[in-house]
Design a protein around this ligand. Structure first.
Ligand code: AMP
Ligand code: GLY
Length: 427
């Protein structure tokens, strides 16, 4: 059933994740026409881009109609939470990316926590608060370190891992005081989980699922995991901290029950369930769900797939994922994110970028790039590029990715020097 693949696909989004998706879809043996909205300078070199913003739901539905696409793949969380998939489905388009009820698993951390607790899926104990005093009283009782989370979407900034009670109290006051507007009118105060993190991306279609290769992100801006949190400064895959035994536990204790719980809640989920997991001394525990591909996880996960991505995503959208066999390469992928100096705070835009000639095993994926009036490639965001290398060892991939990072010319370039170090240095 449903083996005929779509011949034209709209990818929604403008970041590195979407560039990686566009590249992988273009590599399909089905040779689909790929268009993107709004895209970036790198995506525009690979696929036709249309200037429709990722949160312009009406504009995107109109674009899907006018370009007569046969399939839409939605990258970021915001359009999903705004109901883009609902609107597209109502207009007759097959979509990869959950409807708004599924996207709530990312858009509301409280909703997710309630589901995790209801279905007894391992996660940190937490309290839910909308008033300052009870929240302070609770966190003083639990003690530091403790984690304060805004309920809603906050562009990756809504979590404070407080090392002291004073820091936690300040975060509670800030958030309930309106720091993230309606997104932080309710908060979670949860126990701090200790361990190494891993990102598990799962392609879900109702009760069927396919687990993609494991990966690990580097969230902090500085080497040695120091400084403020970012959207992600680099990734590698596979994450060998997930041993076969831990992988089995993750599948049985977290992935399967999560997919079942979501279906039992009446959500017909079609899209990526990205589970952030802490590998604690007592076992894997859910930090959060996201309802989209990770960025920059996608940049290392997709290049390792031997299976055609279009076939996989289309099978999910056609509810035909049961028994799907995924083939994965034994290569190691590593992605170093080149950011603009100053990120995640203020940073310059419009700096010229000159790319070197690339070896065949290295790809430069664009995130925050555009072209100036002269047509030159320039920086246009905090995370600018992702340099992904594939190699037969992680050390080789790191070496080759860093050689390209060093050769990129850009006045404001900044990148971490230690992507993959945890795995490379593991005895
Ligand atoms: P999020 O914005 O939900 O992706 O969270 C950002 C980061 O905060 C996560 O990747 C973790 O590193 C950290 N974090 C969130 N919740 C916890 C927790 N309960 N314990 C420890 N770290 C956490
Ligand atoms: N890399 C983490 C995220 O996509 O949220």
């Amino acid at each position: 059933m449903a083996k005929i693949l779509p011949t034209s696909v709209l990818v929604v989004g403008a970041g590195g994740r979407e560039h990686a998706l566009v590249r992988a879809l273009l590599a399909s043996p089905a040779k689909p026409r790929i268009i993107c909205a709004p895209g970036n300078a790198g995506i525009a070199d690979d696929a036709k881009c249309f200037p429709v913003a990722a949160d312009d739901i009406t504009g995107l539905v109109a674009l899907a109609k006018s370009e007569q696409v046969e399939f839409v793949v939605v990258g970021p969380e915001v359009p999903l939470a705004l109901g883009l998939s609902d609107q597209l489905i109502a207009a007759g388009f097959p979509v990869y990316g959950p409807t708004a009820d599924g996207a709530r698993l990312e858009a509301s951390k409280i909703f997710t926590k309630q589901i995790l607790l209801k279905y007894k899926i391992p996660t940190a104990p937490a309290g839910i608060f909308s008033a300052v005093e009870p929240a302070l009283e609770y966190l003083r009782r639990r003690g530091a370190p403790i984690v304060i989370k805004a309920d809603g979407l906050a562009a990756g900034k809504g979590v404070t891992v407080a090392q002291t009670i004073a820091e936690a109290e300040a975060a509670v006051r800030d958030m309930l005081g309106g720091k993230f507007g309606a997104s932080s009118s309710e908060i979670l105060v949860e126990d701090c989980l200790i361990g190494e993190e891993t990102s598990i991306l799962v392609v879900v279609s109702g009760r069927d699922y396919v687990i993609l290769p494991t990966s690990q992100d580097h969230k902090r801006i500085g080497d040695g995991d120091t400084g403020p949190n970012t959207g992600g400064m680099g990734t590698y895959s596979p994450a060998e901290v997930v041993t076969p035994e831990i992988y089995r536990r993750i599948e049985n204790e977290i992935v399967k029950p999560s997919v079942e719980a979501i279906a039992a809640e009446g959500i017909e989920f079609c899209g990526t369930l990205f589970i952030g997991i802490m590998l604690t001394p007592t076992g894997p525990s859910v930090i959060e769900y996201n309802t989209r591909f990770g960025d920059p996880e996608t940049q290392v996960v997709l290049p390792r797939l031997k299976t055609d991505l279009l076939t996989l995503l289309w099978a999910a959208a056609q509810k035909d994922l049961s028994g799907f066999k995924l083939e994965v390469s034994s290569d190691y992928a590593l992605c170093v994110v080149m950011a603009a100096k100053g990120y995640p705070e203020a940073y310059p835009k419009g700096d010229l970028i000159t790319l070197p000639t690339l070896p065949v095993n290295v790809a430069v994926i664009h995130a925050g790039t555009s072209r100036n009036q002269a047509g030159d490639l320039v920086t246009n965001g905090g995370r600018v590029l992702g340099v992904t290398a594939l190699g037969s060892t992680l050390a080789q991939s790191a070496h080759d990715a860093y050689a390209v990072c060093d050769a990129i010319e850009c006045a404001s370039k900044y990148f971490r020097r230690d992507i993959g170090a945890r795995q490379l240095n593991r005895p």
